[in-house]
Design a protein around this ligand. Structure first.
Ligand code: FAD
Ligand code: A2P
Length: 282
């Protein structure tokens, strides 16, 4: 693949030199860093368009030009917090995926397309005030919570924040682990996070210090026992959920069992849900 030059819907047939192209393309965002975590996962950072405002937890459409010069866009959670000068994304690599088979090859200095219209339900505005915030994710579903865990508002609003992240294998947890560890020493937010953020990573298919699905660890009460917390209660506990459709459906049933009800931007309640991707998974 040649450099993923950025263009708008009205892109010329022949890509213009990079500088000229960027000058004419308001939706270009330049890549500033790329990290490959496993052969299926990578993260990258791009310059933040000056005009882009978003709420931590929201997603945007990003992409590249396809072979015919048309924008190929997909929904991506912004993994960086709303105060950050750059934008971070955490991505799957789908072997034959139209976008990620190419996006996984981006390099520092390349441009991607970024449509500056953030939306989403995994935002503080969609939850009622509470004491404890549960962030429940599988796989790349941790991305919106990577944003929320780095936002001071999260710790202003809640006494405790519990990040449950489950993947098949240990290596798939590494992005989240490094992020959480880095937060403790962060000059901006470290003090707010200390003692408030409880991290509960598990695997399901490779031996690890803690194992089991999020659903099983909630339903059995294991996570409450391990962390010394009471079972979820509608009066105190709030949750945000982001995983595959099957995961979301199963977690919702458990949260409803604890008496929590689903909220939305227009109707804040005790929990909110968003799909980490559309499809059956790979
Ligand atoms: P697609 O044709 O889009 O997908 C092919 C198949 O790959 C899908 O049918 C599904 O089975 C599988 N798949 C797609 N995405 C994932 C995934 N993330 N994890 C596991 N299996 C997957 N993806 C991210 O990597 N990071 C994000 O932050 C992210 N945020 C999203 C937010 C929303 C609201 C939605 C709806 C999707 C999000 N996605 C995210 C998925 C993303 O939009 C694309 O599907 C993904 O980048 C793959 O694109 P593709 O064109 O290569 O393959
Ligand atoms: P498991 O290994 O038991 O299937 P995937 O890679 O398939 O998207 O799954 C990511 C993680 O989410 C895996 O640890 C998987 O566990 C778990 N998972 C998949 N489906 C569900 C579900 N319906 N409820 C809870 N956890 C799930």
């Amino acid at each position: 693949m040649s450099d993923p030059l950025l263009m708008t819907d009205a892109a010329p047939a022949t890509p213009a030199p990079e500088k000229t192209a960027k000058a004419h393309l308001p939706d270009a965002a330049r890549v500033t860093a790329v990290t490959h975590w496993t052969d299926r996962l990578f993260s990258f950072r791009v310059e933040r368009p000056r005009s882009l405002r978003f709420r931590s937890g929201e997603f945007v459409m990003i992409g590249l030009l396809d072979d015919r010069g048309k924008p190929l866009l997909r929904a991506y959670s912004i993994a960086s917090p709303s105060w950050d000068e750059e934008l971070e994304f955490y991505s799957i690599k789908v072997p034959d995926g139209p976008l990620t088979s190419r996006l996984q090859h981006i390099k520092v200095g390349d441009d991607i397309i970024l449509r500056p219209k953030p939306v989403g339900t995994l935002v503080h505005d969609a939850l009622l005030p509470g004491k404890r915030l549960w962030l429940l994710a599988t796989g790349t579903g941790i991305a919106p919570f990577a944003s929320l865990m780095r936002d001071p508002e999260t710790y202003e609003k809640f006494d405790q924040v519990i990040m449950m992240h489950t993947c098949r294998e240990v290596a798939e947890l590494e992005y989240g682990r490094q992020l959480v560890e880095g937060l403790q020493d962060d000059p901006l937010i470290g003090e707010m996070v200390a003692g408030k953020l409880l991290y509960y990573p598990t695997t399901t298919r490779e031996p690890f210090e803690r194992m089991g699905r999020v659903t099983d660890n909630l339903a059995s009460g294991k996570v409450f026992a391990d962390l010394g917390l009471p079972p979820m209660d509608k009066a105190t506990d709030r949750a945000m959920v982001c995983g595959s459709l099957a995961f979301n459906v199963d977690v919702k049933a458990i949260l409803e069992g604890f008496g929590l009800t689903e909220g939305a931007n227009s109707d804040p309640r005790e929990y909110v849900v968003e799909k980490a991707f559309v499809g059956d998974g790979i």
